[in-house]
Design a protein around this ligand. Sequence first.
Ligand code: SF4
Ligand code: SF4
Length: 111
Amino acid sequence: MIELVSEQRCIACGLCVKVCPTNVFDQIASGLPVIARQEDCQTCFICEAYCPVDALYVSPFADMEQDVTEQELEAVGLLGSWRKTIGWGKGRTTLAKIDETPFIDRILPSS
Ligand code: SF4
Ligand code: SF4
């Protein structure tokens, strides 16, 4: 569940507001997103993946709120960790590029 927007990191690009499939955020006049409907969060991590400055934290616990502070998340390197894990961001290799899952076209008999 989405838990935190870092006002210090956010550059008010509005991407998280646009990509959230369940309209969890509102964008206030300053451009900052606010978590307006946390209960609608699907824990899909899309907002965190798209945020270009690692300003969001989505907790893996989908059904319960987690009490976190920005300082705690920074200390353990969790801000932006999902984006890093999936290889999004400049100079990174995406998981899709290294995926070796045998899709159907790769396992069909040759004749
Ligand atoms: S994790 Fe998914 S559903 Fe939740 S706020 Fe982010 S984009 Fe929206
Ligand atoms: S995607 Fe990140 S930088 Fe852009 S508005 Fe959302 S939190 Fe701020």
